[in-house]
Design a protein around this ligand. Structure first.
Ligand code: S3P
Length: 445
């Protein structure tokens, strides 16, 4: 949500990175905790909520829809909900900032309520496709008006008597799955979603935690069928949000590539549908010790000790992409420092993230002197075993993860790496530069 670009520069770390840190709360779970809290009866107390700009947009939207949303301490929030079907019509436009998750999940929620609302976002979000949610949601009886190409701003007239949906996802997207399920909360009967590839299941898990009946069948082809029983009474409950594995990825890769480093990341969410990066890094030879595995709010959590390691190129199968979809920018950085070729398969969805990430990664790595190619939807990075030279200014295109990935790369390049705008880092990882500096990284604002 920055107006004035905030360039940031990374220089080679003066020595090994070390320390033990907890990165901020999981972004996906934070959005969902606020949304389900607003749809529940009674109070939901949230601990460890990510207080990044994306999630603050969701908090403001749930308030505008009539829920009582209060910050009670650091990462501690209380939501008093209105019950399923009980949200009020907002009296102004809902601005979801940079967040696709917030915009798409909210579209699902509003589609099931007999209210009118308009959703917009920043220039990055206004470029992203919304038809993937409005197409299925129109079947439940909601009406939508968008700009050309299904782009925001989006006006919604929610369904008065929503119909349950039966929808097979054409792309692996937890956002689309979640939008359909959230609309299904207000419909009578069973809402059924089939996903050809399993995607993050926080919506299903959290819905169950709030009292909904959600059945999941795993299919032999790796997909899933999800059935939600409509019109449940959701009941407010405590939610503890684990540290975000997608944010932990940045200090983890920094620790791997800066020689002699050892960094512990505390309380990281280890949901198997989110942990694909860590599997891949271990295949590349990364020394990652997974300790103190436990359960928090129905999600597996662990402490990770990551020590610098020589990395080798690997082939990352397309089926794994959904479980690490946000981690490809930083994996590409690790791959650029590895020996041999890393082939990352099936990255079409990266083209519609906060930026066209495939193009942004390729342009940035190329500017830093790395060798790579794009073949169809695959990205191939040819590592030489030594880091690329750096010495470039990276166009981040309003994308927090492009900014963080290249600031990590700059910890090992001979010449500094500048990102043209680090302001968007606050959408998902407030305090990133300070946390990295605390570990020994060199990042200048
Ligand atoms: C998210 C799903 C993913 C991911 C995004 C968060 C979610 O998007 O990239 O950062 O919380 O459901 P898609 O569903 O579009 O793949």
């Amino acid at each position: 949500m920055t107006e004035t670009p905030k360039p940031m520069t990374a220089r080679a770390a003066a020595g090994p990175l070390s320390g033990s840190v907890r990165v901020p709360g999981d972004k996906s779970m934070s959005h969902r905790a606020l949304m389900l809290g607003a749809l529940a009866v009674g109070e939901t107390r949230i601990q460890g909520l990510l207080e990044g700009e994306d999630v603050l947009c969701t908090a403001a939207a749930m308030r505008a829809l009539g829920a009582e949303v209060t910050r009670t301490g650091d990462g501690a929030w209380s939501v008093r909900g209105r019950g399923v079907g009980g949200l009020a019509e907002p009296d102004s436009v809902l601005d979801m900032g940079n967040s696709g998750t917030a915009a798409r999940l909210l579209t699902g929620i509003i589609a099931g309520h007999p209210i009118f609302a308009v959703i917009t976002g920043d220039a990055s979000l206004r470029r992203r496709p919304m038809k993937r949610v409005t197409d299925p949601l129109a079947q439940c009886g909601a009406a939508f008006w968008t700009r050309e190409g299904g782009r925001l701003p989006l006006a919604i007239r929610g369904a008065r008597d929503p119909m349950p949906l039966d929808y097979t996802l054409p792309v692996a997207s937890a956002q689309v799955k979640s939008a359909v399920l959230l609309a299904g909360l207000c419909a009578p009967g069973i809402t059924r979603v089939v996903e050809p590839h399993a995607t993050r299941d926080h919506t299903e898990t959290m819905l169950r935690g709030f009292g909904a009946t959600v059945e999941v069948d795993r299919r032999d082809d790796g997909g899933r069928e999800i059935r939600l029983t409509g019109q449940p009474e959701l009941t407010g409950r405590p939610v503890t949000v684990p540290a975000d594995p997608s944010s932990a990825a940045f200090p983890a890769v920094a620790a791997l590539i800066v020689p002699g480093s050892s960094v512990t990341l505390e309380g990281v969410g280890m949901n198997p549908l989110r942990a694909g990066l860590y599997t891949t890094l271990m295949e590349m030879g990364a020394d990652i010790e997974i300790r103190a595995q436990r359960d928090e709010a129905g999600e597996p959590v662990a402490d990770l000790t990551v020590s610098s390691s020589p990395l080798i190129g690997v082939d990352v199968p397309a089926e794994r992409a959904p479980s690490m979809i946000d981690e490809f920018p930083v994996l590409a950085v690790a791959a650029a420092c590895a020996t041999g070729t890393t082939r990352m398969r099936g990255l079409a969805e990266l083209r519609v993230k906060e930026s066209d990430r495939l193009a942004a990664i390729a342009a940035g790595l190329d500017a830093c002197g790395a060798r790579l190619e794009i073949a169809g939807d695959d990205l191939l990075v040819h590592g030489t075993g030594a880091p690329p030279r750096g010495g470039a200014t990276i166009a981040t295109h309003m994308d927090h993860r492009i900014a963080m990935a290249f600031l990590v790369l700059g910890q090992v390049t001979a010449e500094p790496v500048t990102v043209d705008d680090g302001g968007f880092i606050d959408t998902s990882f407030p305090g990133f530069a300070e946390l990295m500096r605390g570990l020994g990284a060199t990042i200048e604002a």
